[in-house]
Design a protein around this ligand. Structure first.
Ligand SMILES: Cc1cc2nc3c(=O)[nH]c(=O)nc-3n(C[C@H](O)[C@H](O)[C@H](O)COP(=O)(O)OP(=O)(O)OC[C@H]3O[C@@H](n4cnc5c(N)ncnc54)[C@H](O)[C@@H]3O)c2cc1C
Length: 293
């Protein structure tokens, strides 16, 4: 029944290695691309009826999926991109990619989000983990979030002041983040473009290329995870086809044939070495999906 509802937006046994920026991970039983919030509700209702687990997935740039995959339903937001612009406010649906919202900002002469330039995910994923830079976070630019409570399928609108946000953390757990309103300021397009290009240059200078999920660990204030890992002598450390970047030690790179378990084993080694040397427990920034050894 669900298959005929979504047609080509319903995929079975889809290898998530083709979806995630890490380019590793096993198959998901069902991958569905809803276009509306009502379709999201239908998928959740069906998954409950048939006792199937479900997860939300944006662009897949902040997740590590087990090589055993996910025996449930992945609900992709990549076809939910509706946008409304009201003066200096943009209301965007969760599947809008950061590069797309930045283009909307340029087109409408709106400034405030340039610091997100080069982050490859969607705004839904960015809100979930309060994405941004060291001191600039996406949560500071929003006024409210509309989300779906997956228990009773109610849509709730919450003001920013009532949502818990911290460094790479938000109060959202299992909720489906649907819409976000950004409060921005008017600015000349040329200035916005200039700022975006400065942020991009800085990113290119600091970050390695290759298949990754960005920074693996949160920075344990007042330290930097990358520096601690580097001081443990782990730059370049390799397992299988995955290694700790020489350019930035908080990045793990998959050269192409790496397994998720290789990434996970590198994570375990890093955590152990940093704990031994500095007595610091590194906390993951990326989201782990499925079972690992
Ligand atoms: C090269 C590179 C550089 C990066 N640089 C940065 C950086 O500078 N700063 C930074 O903060 N991050 C960075 N990231 C990480 C990542 O791009 C961001 O966290 C991004 O916002 C994640 O969005 P996504 O759509 O890819 O989320 P996904 O990886 O698809 O999902 C991440 C989490 O959010 C959940 N999720 C996604 N959409 C929804 C939704 N609509 N409702 C509820 N839950 C949802 C997922 O279930 C998962 O738990 C980088 C990643 C890469 C690969």
């Amino acid at each position: 029944m669900i298959e005929s509802l979504f047609n080509e937006r319903f995929l079975k046994d889809f290898p998530l290695s083709q979806y995630t920026s890490f380019r590793c991970g096993g198959k998901v039983k069902y991958l569905i691309y809803p276009e509306t919030i009502d379709e999201v509700k239908i998928i959740i209702e069906i998954s409950k009826k048939y006792k199937k687990d479900f997860l939300f997935i944006g662009k897949g740039t902040n997740i590590l999926v087990s090589d055993n995959g996910f025996d449930g339903i992945a609900i992709s937001t990549l076809k939910m991109k509706k946008t409304t612009i009201k003066e200096n406010k943009i209301i965007g649906e969760c599947g809008l990619e950061i590069s797309e919202i930045l283009n909307i900002c340029i087109k409408n002469s709106l400034t405030g989000l340039e610091f997100l330039a080069g982050i490859p995910g969607t705004i839904g994923g960015a809100i979930k983990n309060n994405a941004g830079l060291k001191t600039e976070w996406i949560s500071e630019k929003i006024t409210y979030v509309e989300y779906l409570d997956v228990e009773n399928l109610d849509i709730i609108k919450k003001e920013r002041k009532d949502i818990y946000f911290y460094y790479r953390r938000s109060g959202f757990r299992n909720e489906f983040i649907w819409k976000v309103e950004f409060l921005l300021e008017k600015e000349k397009q040329i200035e916005i473009k200039k700022r975006i290009s400065e942020y991009m240059k800085e990113r290119i200078r600091k970050q390695p290329l290759g298949y990754s999920a960005g920074s693996i660990f949160k920075n344990p204030y007042p330290y930097y995870a990358g520096e601690l890992i580097e001081k443990c002598g782990l730059k370049g450390y390799k397992i299988g086809d995955c290694y700790i970047s020489e350019k930035h030690a908080n990045f793990i790179i998959n050269r192409g044939k790496g397994k998720s378990q290789d990434v996970y084993n590198l994570i375990k080694i890093v955590k152990q070495k940093v704990k031994e040397k500095f007595d610091i427990d590194l906390e993951l920034e990326i989201n782990i999906i499925g079972e690992f050894k």
